[in-house]
Design a protein around this ligand. Structure first.
Ligand code: PLP
Length: 402
């Protein structure tokens, strides 16, 4: 006796986030079960033979698939509007697998240069070792994209909004150029989360997430996922993952399933808090620059408003007085934690120039708008007034005597 109520076509994203993909066992449990098992048993030898020949569709080994992980993949695919998804142990495993599964020596890959640090390492150090050539462009400069995509290209990799500069890339425009060059377009959609930006509807082919960020959103576990069409996921990505093994653990898949149930509530509050903080900061003296895609003075505010339904929870700002002022400010914080994670229920703040982007050359950092006074704030789910009070007292301390 299983009590499984099928997903209805009419269900909206929040309903899918709570119920999509649920597959109950014969025990009729309300909450999704954790199938903490590495393998599966067969009734007789012929069954095992058939499973390995792909003649019987069943679970074989949890490196290939697992019921709890499947539920997470299916729920994510439903929310994203993708045909399929394959979950990974981390966001970086998703980024790497999404490209490594389809490139070969001699291929050309194009990416916007404003990327998460480890994504840059994959593109500029690891893939080139396998004979893949990478061209980096300024994401906002269509001419650079046109030049780079004038030759055949296997894939295009974009992060928008970018970390930590919050630059926006015109996704539909780049997808047109990329498709003319024969490329598949991959969007790292972490900063927007699955709710605020729909890359597939904007023309992209593949979406990747670090589920460690908003999808868990409570600082508990690492995870990632690659989403796309059936041909790519089944025939290109799945064999690569099955044999290289970056699988998500069933326990982490369960944590992420539970995270999805409250994602919309959290994202709504994250965005509301971030907007309030961005507005407070933009009126504050002593700050050289405040960046939030939702502020009218963000250079690509209109583009952001066109392709996103809200603007996320990350705000960056620069203190006049450079690194010394930024460090005085950070060390004076009484509630907001110094941490390089983001999308967490706790407000977290980091100094990119000395942490996540420390390895990036100073000229390149300047080009990306990462100056020594810049901090990145991931606004959490606390009462926004308390976040503001903490920022205000720490800024006051940082500027005493200046
Ligand atoms: C965190 C992050 C990643 C990597 O995810 P992990 O889960 O830490 O491996 C990739 N891209 C972006 C934009 C991120 O913020």
């Amino acid at each position: 006796m299983t009590v499984n109520k099928p997903v209805q076509e009419s269900w909206r994203p929040q309903t899918l986030a709570v119920r999509g993909g649920t597959r109950r066992s014969d025990f009729g449990e309300t909450s999704e079960a954790i199938f903490a098992t590495s393998g599966y048993v067969y009734e007789y030898a012929e069954q095992a033979e058939g499973a390995f020949k792909d003649e019987i569709d069943r679970f074989i080994y949890s490196r290939f698939s697992n019921p709890t992980v499947d539920m997470f993949q299916e729920r994510m695919a439903l929310i994203e509007g993708a045909e399929r998804g394959r979950a990974t142990a981390t966001g970086m495993a998703a980024v790497f697998a999404s490209m490594a599964c389809m490139v070969e020596a001699g291929d050309h890959v194009v990416a916007s240069r404003a990327l998460f640090g480890s994504c840059l390492v994959i593109l500029t150090e690891i893939l080139p070792r396998y004979g893949v050539e990478t061209t980096l462009v300024d994401g906002g400069d269509l001419d650079q994209w046109r030049d780079a995509l004038a030759r055949p290209t296997r894939c295009v990799f974009i992060e928008s909004p970018s970390n930590p500069g919050l630059d926006i890339v015109d996704i539909p425009a780049i997808c047109d150029l990329a498709h003319n060059a024969g490329a598949r377009v991959i969007i790292d959609n972490v900063f927007a989360s699955p709710l605020l930006q729909k890359p597939l509807a904007l023309g992209a082919d593949i979406v990747v997430y670090s589920a460690t960020k908003h999808i868990d959103g409570q600082g508990r576990c690492l995870g990632g996922i690659v989403l796309g069409d059936e041909d790519y996921c089944e025939n290109i990505l799945k064999p690569f993952m099955r044999h290289t093994g970056p699988s998500l653990s069933p326990f982490n898949a369960w944590v992420l399933l539970k995270g999805l149930e409250t994602l919309e509530l959290r994202i709504e509050r994250h965005c509301r808090n971030a907007r309030m903080i961005a507005e407070y900061l933009s009126g504050r003296e002593g700050l050289a620059r405040v960046r939030y895609p939702g502020l009218a003075d963000h250079p690509q505010h209109e583009l952001a408003a066109r392709q996103m339904s809200d603007f996320g929870n990350v705000v960056t700002f620069s203190l006049e007085g450079g690194k010394a002022a930024a460090f005085r400010f950070m060390n004076a914080l009484r509630m907001i934690d110094i941490s390089n994670n983001l999308g967490d229920s706790k407000s977290l703040l980091t100094h990119p120039a000395t942490t996540t982007h420390q390895r990036v050359a100073p000229e390149e950092r300047a080009h990306l708008g990462i100056d020594d006074g810049m901090v990145r704030l991931s606004v959490g789910l606390e009462d926004a007034e308390d976040v503001k009070d903490d920022l205000e007292q720490a800024l006051a301390t940082a500027f005493v005597g200046n």
